[in-house]
Design a protein around this ligand. Structure first.
Ligand SMILES: [Zn+2]
Length: 477
């Protein structure tokens, strides 16, 4: 089996092979820590997690770098208003980012470089670009000269003629040669000094532009050529085009061999989820509304293929929670059910076929939704076999192996929910005792208290089951 990934650069699915045998160098654009991350960004971050997990399943060692942007106009603006240095201002949001990632069970990257800690690398790259004529200084600012890089636009398949049409704009307030030229370095303003956002450079005191940080920091940790560069599709232009132009003009090497872009997340009304669009929902908002971070994780990585658009809604999150619950329940059941005397050969063959189909779906450009679909089909059959006591020792081992295959990407089945399950089970037991004692007031109270906390109880023949729902009084659309 070969792993095939859709490379934005060529517009095609290609067999993946890293430059160095067995080792993948991967760079992913991280958060701008000016505020909490919105769910649209979290979709990209969990996509990175899916990529690295499947690379590992495929037998690769992965060196993964994800930057934290801590120099940005919004950060400068907010820090100024708050009367803080940019370091003080961004600190709680950096902490919140790592908390969100942990709650969503994203594996940690190997390096999380910050722009403020890599100014020398950026200054060096800008100096090289100036020396080579790919950049020019204008009144203390430094710009990249797009006309000097013929490959510009190749990633987003832009019409280069259209870009040139701007021609020279002499009256532009930034004195840019061409409207499309972008800033590598911005001259320090008196306010920048107060908040610690100005650094010395041979071309004048100032601060780096956003794009140069990714080029400089990826080179620092991963070298001139990356195997994989990933990001949200909204970063393709101009950010990723600019990264390619800077890096290839400075290093004279291909920058990234494979580009992966994950699609947008939309809210219930069809608006793209982003801070600027006002549809600003954070992980904290969703958790407050009663959604389980693991259901949110499942929704973001398994509900739609990463190159498809995805729509956020309470219903979709509830459906994801139900799928997580079914997976966990199935896992518990297989583990707990005593083996039958003999194995069901039909089930054995089907499980093997489903494990192969699951792997094939992931190898086909990380098609997790398709893989999960075949797994749920098998779960239905296996549950029927469990009902009629037909699951033997070999069947059990194969089914648990399948759960492990799935959990290598999902990481929601064996994930711990510290304390919660025990507490709910204890309350369910208490409610049962109250009912046996015909204390229905107490039994109803326990049910209602749990419902307010987002746990719904369901009475069934097999006993009382519970599942997560939005807490009453806190429902949001
Ligand atoms: Zn970037």
């Amino acid at each position: 089996m070969t792993l095939r990934l859709h490379n934005t650069l060529t517009g095609a699915k290609e067999a993946f092979e890293p430059l160095e045998k067995g080792h993948v160098r991967m760079y992913t654009c991280g958060p701008t820590i000016w505020n909490y991350a919105h769910v649209g960004n979290l979709r990209s971050f969990l996509f990175y997690d899916l990529v690295r997990r499947h690379l590992r399943v495929s037998g690769y060692r992965v060196t993964h770098v994800m930057n934290l942007t801590d120099i940005d106009d919004r950060i400068l603006d907010q820090a100024m208003h708050a009367g803080m240095s940019i370091g003080e201002y961004t600190k709680p949001y950096a902490t919140a980012f790592f908390e969100d990632m942990a709650a969503l069970r994203a594996e940690r990257a190997d390096h999380y470089p910050r722009a403020t800690e890599h100014i020398p690398e950026m200054v060096e790259m800008i100096a090289t670009l100036l020396e080579r004529g790919n950049a020019y200084a204008a009144d203390g600012d430094v710009y990249f000269r797009i006309a000097s890089f013929p490959g510009y636009g190749a990633l987003s398949h832009l019409d280069r003629a259209g870009l040139r049409a701007g021609a020279r704009v002499a009256t532009d307030k930034y004195d840019k040669e061409n409207v499309s030229d972008f800033a590598l370095w911005k001259k320090a303003q008196p306010e920048d000094e107060k908040i610690g956002a100005a650094w010395d450079a041979p071309f004048g005191r100032g601060r780096p532009g956003w794009h140069i940080e990714c080029s400089a920091m990826s080179k620092r940790y991963l070298g001139d050529t990356l195997d994989i560069h990933a990001g949200g599709v909204d970063l393709m232009f101009p950010h990723h085009e600019n990264e390619i132009a800077q890096s290839e003009a400075a290093n004279h090497q291909q920058f990234a061999r494979v580009w992966l872009h994950s699609e947008h997340l939309f809210d219930a009304t069809g608006e793209k989820m982003s801070k600027s669009a006002g549809g600003f929902t954070t992980l904290r908002d969703l958790v407050e509304a009663g959604h389980d971070p693991l259901a949110i994780r499942f929704f973001l990585i398994a509900n739609a293929h990463y190159r498809s658009r995805l729509r956020l809604s309470s219903e979709a999150l509830h459906a994801a929670a139900e799928q997580v619950r079914r997976l966990r329940e199935f896992f518990d059941r297989v583990e707990r059910t005593p083996s039958a005397a003999s194995d069901d050969e039909g089930l054995e063959q089907k499980t093997a076929a489903v494990r192969a189909a699951y792997r094939e779906a992931l190898d086909d450009d990380l098609n997790l939704p398709q893989g999960i679909g075949v797994v749920f089909d098998l779960i239905r059959e296996a549950n029927a076999a469990l009902d009629s006591d037909q699951v033997g020792p070999r069947n059990k081992a194969s089914l648990l192996g399948l759960i492990d295959d799935v959990d290598a990407h999902l990481d929601v089945v064996r994930a711990e929910e510290p304390g919660l399950a025990e507490e709910v089970e204890r309350l369910i037991g208490e409610r049962e005792s109250a009912r046996r004692a015909r204390d229905f007031a107490r039994s109803d109270q326990i049910r209602d208290d749990l419902r307010r906390r987002g746990i719904a109880l369901e009475d069934s023949k097999a006993g009382v089951r519970w599942r997560r729902v939005a807490p009453t009084g806190a429902e949001r659309s």
